[in-house]
Design a protein around this ligand. Structure first.
Ligand code: FUB
Length: 332
């Protein structure tokens, strides 16, 4: 059911009537649409596998502008309607092409393996109709889709630990596989070309390389810079910006490249750690300004799996680097 909420303020929860996380923001039909995860309100224990993130559905949020109330468009897709999925509808993203809105999402299949699915709608607010099977060749979590200026679409994905990325290093699912040693190159996110109809991978996904200023790969032990989860790619001044979460060090960071498939050169931090363990974001241009959408656990006073989505303006320096954002400016 559609519900109107308050006018949002920067660095404050967009909505407070449900717990939300992992916001993917886009401008569609002249409005700002946000595709978050919907955290369930429960008090079960947490673990490193992320079992506490038990999400079962998606709600789409929108606002006409940053001076307008947020609208919750109600349930846009539910686990019960996805034949291949068994649990955990984690961080989604949306894309528009072919006069159709696509919702890309991860979930565990009936073998408990994370896969990526896609659902379609005629409206950016949904409801979305899922494809009967997961995307062939997909694995892990956190899909983010870039429709490039030439109309080629790319899907970025992957997350460590509960997101199972370590388990796919051989190309098959190895349930006991661990990540690289600290002095070895870190695992990067994966990228695949999407087919013209956006419903399948075009070829096999490849791993993205993230390097330092000298061209050396970021190492697995470099937890302030190495990729953990939550990829997002946007374009600014002709460059591709890959931003992501560092997980264990709780930062949002970014790297820049000339090619959407990488390599990307590490540049710096976008957002300092927030209240709660996870940090996850998207970056979107609205008219002539840029915005970061992110989440923290302030609405539940720090419960990791009861999060709330927020926004902040994002500014670039003249050299194209991003100015680091303090998520709690009012506390200074
Ligand atoms: O919301 C569940 C998981 O937590 C997401 O998929 C990750 O990016 C992290 O935010």
């Amino acid at each position: 059911m559609k519900q109107q909420q308050q006018i949002p303020k920067p660095h404050q929860p967009l909505v407070t009537h449900i717990f939300t996380a992992d916001p993917s923001a886009h401008v569609y039909e002249g409005k700002i649409y946000i595709y978050p995860s919907h955290d369930l309100d429960h008090d079960e224990p947490s673990n490193d596998n992320g079992d506490q993130y038990k999400m079962e559905d998606y709600h789409v949020l929108s606002m006409d502008s940053f001076d307008s109330p947020v609208v919750d468009h109600g349930e846009a897709l539910h686990l019960r309607d996805i034949p291949w999925a068994s649990k955990q509808l984690w961080a989604p993203d949306a894309a528009y092409k072919n006069n159709t809105y696509y919702l890309f999402f991860p979930a565990r299949d009936h073998d408990d393996i994370f896969r990526l699915g896609v659902a379609t709608s005629e409206s950016p607010a949904g409801p979305f109709t899922p494809q009967p099977n997961y995307m062939e060749g997909s694995f892990s979590i956190d899909p983010a889709v870039l429709v490039d200026d030439d109309n080629q679409s790319y899907i970025y994905f992957g997350g460590l630990w509960g997101g199972q990325l370590e388990k796919w290093q051989t190309g098959s699912f190895m349930p006991d596989a661990e990540g690289p040693a600290p002095d070895q190159p870190a695992l990067g996110p994966q990228v695949a070309l999407l087919s013209d109809d956006m419903l399948s991978f075009q070829g096999k996904p490849v791993e993205i390389s993230i390097v330092d200023e000298d061209g050396n790969p970021i190492l697995a032990g470099d937890e302030d810079r190495r990729y953990f989860e939550g990829p997002w790619v946007h374009k600014y001044n002709g460059y591709y910006y890959l931003s992501y979460s560092t997980g264990t060090t709780h930062k949002l960071v970014y790297a820049i490249g000339k090619n959407p498939m990488g390599p990307f050169t590490f540049k710096g931090e976008i957002l300092s750690p927030v209240i709660g363990w996870t940090t996850h974001h998207s970056i979107v241009q609205v008219e002539d300004k840029w915005y970061l959408f992110y989440h923290d656990s302030s609405l539940s006073e720090g419960v990791n799996h009861k999060r709330c989505v927020k926004y902040s303006e994002l500014k670039y320096n003249e050299d194209g680097t991003i100015q680091k954002i303090n998520p709690y400016p009012d506390a200074d």
